[in-house]
Write a protein that binds this ligand. Structure first.
Ligand SMILES: [Zn+2]
Length: 393
């Protein structure tokens, strides 16, 4: 099992300058390597491979100890590999008939991370008082906010040093033994990811967007308006842009924190969680719209749920969302209603309940049905079985 733990770094001013310098040199390598690829192709009509590039830059690194030389050798390889990956992805998409963008030169604010192999130019250490320090080659030992301990059996493999909004972070990629999962004693639940309610559960519970999110989004809109009024290329615009970025980051953190707590609660409570397939859901809702930020947030929810479920012994299944909001979860009759109609009211069986809860119950029904018949293309209108009226929740 692979997990990533992220910690905030608190470099001194001198260390921050050294870290910025490292990134600058990393960016120089990336851009020079891109330039080399273009030049070689123009001269010879052939591409240049990663090993050839590494040979070239290894020599450059040795010849210039004050600039490229400050980079750790393995870290430099990782930067060259990143470019190699960008090219491979470009050609793969070209071959597939898509119109990918050519790999771009990285501007000053577009190159923000360096990768390391753990133990090679970087290391986590604890001083006599138990304070955590992160050593980076040619930077020194940087203070770490060690907000949660690494698991005892973790092996650190890969490290990413990251700068985001002028703050520094270290991401440690860990290898952990697969968890021993016990059978989950909890009940099953279906969840509807709605527009009106954030989530509706088949047991009538509804989870709303937290209020702080609305407040933060209002602040963001003000900051964005300020940004758009400032003159392009000006110092004041740069500052306004930084503020917008900080607000975005704050909202992302708040939302992530909220998702973390919510998904923890869900996997601790339920043995099986049925969700709609998000991509299908929004294709059905509006085939012309890309996922909005709202939906992207739901994607993050699904991702966190899946990874927490893995070690909690909870099963997460996705179902085809077709008709889930229209069909009656009591009798199976299709009750068509516009999005503005919030209550499901069935003329056949008199079932009256919140439309999102009705949808969540249908999600649950489809999950039960597809567990019985195999998952191929079952949706609620086709499943036909209506005997499951009581919910063991
Ligand atoms: Zn009904």
């Amino acid at each position: 099992m692979i997990r990533t733990y992220q910690y905030r770094l608190y470099p001194t001013n001198a260390q921050a300058r050294a870290l910025d310098f490292l990134l600058w040199q990393g960016r120089n390598v990336y851009n020079a390597a891109l330039e080399q690829r273009i030049a070689v192709y123009q001269e010879t009509g052939k591409g240049i491979t990663y090993p050839q590039q590494w040979g070239h830059f290894r020599d450059l690194r040795r010849a210039s100890p004050d600039t490229l030389g400050v980079l750790n050798a393995t870290s430099m390889q990782q930067t060259l590999r990143r470019l190699d990956k960008a090219f491979k992805a470009f050609f793969r998409r070209l071959k597939a008939g898509e119109t990918p963008g050519f790999p771009r030169f990285k501007g000053r604010y577009r190159f923000n991370s360096l990768e390391y192999r753990y133990g090679d130019g970087c290391k986590l250490r604890f001083d006599e008082t138990g304070r955590a320090l992160f050593y980076v080659q040619n930077v020194g030992e940087v203070k770490v906010k060690y907000h949660r301990p690494l698991p005892d059996d973790a092996v650190i493999k890969h490290v990413i040093l990251k700068r985001r909004n002028r703050k520094w972070y270290v991401c440690l990629q860990l290898e952990l033994p697969d968890p021993v999962v016990n059978e989950h004693p909890g009940p099953m639940v279906g969840i509807d990811m709605g527009v009106y309610h954030l989530l509706a559960l088949s047991n009538d519970a509804k989870i709303e967007n937290p209020r702080w999110l609305r407040a933060s989004l209002a602040n963001l809109r003000v900051a964005q308006r300020r940004l758009s009024r400032r003159q392009k290329g000006s110092h004041r615009r740069r500052k306004a842009a930084e503020q917008v970025a900080r607000l975005h980051e704050r909202i992302a953190h708040q939302r992530r924190d909220f998702w973390h707590k919510l998904t923890r609660h869900l996997v601790d409570t339920y043995a099986l969680i049925a969700l709609e397939d998000l991509t299908l859901k929004f294709m059905i809702a509006n085939p012309h719209l890309a996922l909005s930020t709202h939906d992207a947030g739901l994607g993050e929810f699904q991702q966190l749920l899946a990874y927490k479920a893995e070690s909690a012994g909870t099963q997460v299944v996705t179902v085809n969302p077709a008709y889930t909001s229209q069909v009656c979860s009591g009798c199976g009759r299709v009750v068509e209603k516009a999005l503005s109609v919030r209550v499901h009211c069935c003329p056949d069986c008199d079932l009256t309940l919140d439309r999102d809860v009705n949808a969540a119950r249908n999600v649950w029904l489809v999950a039960v049905e597809s567990a019985r018949t195999g998952p191929s293309g079952v949706n609620v209108a086709g499943c036909g079985v209506r005997s499951l009226r009581s919910f063991p929740l």
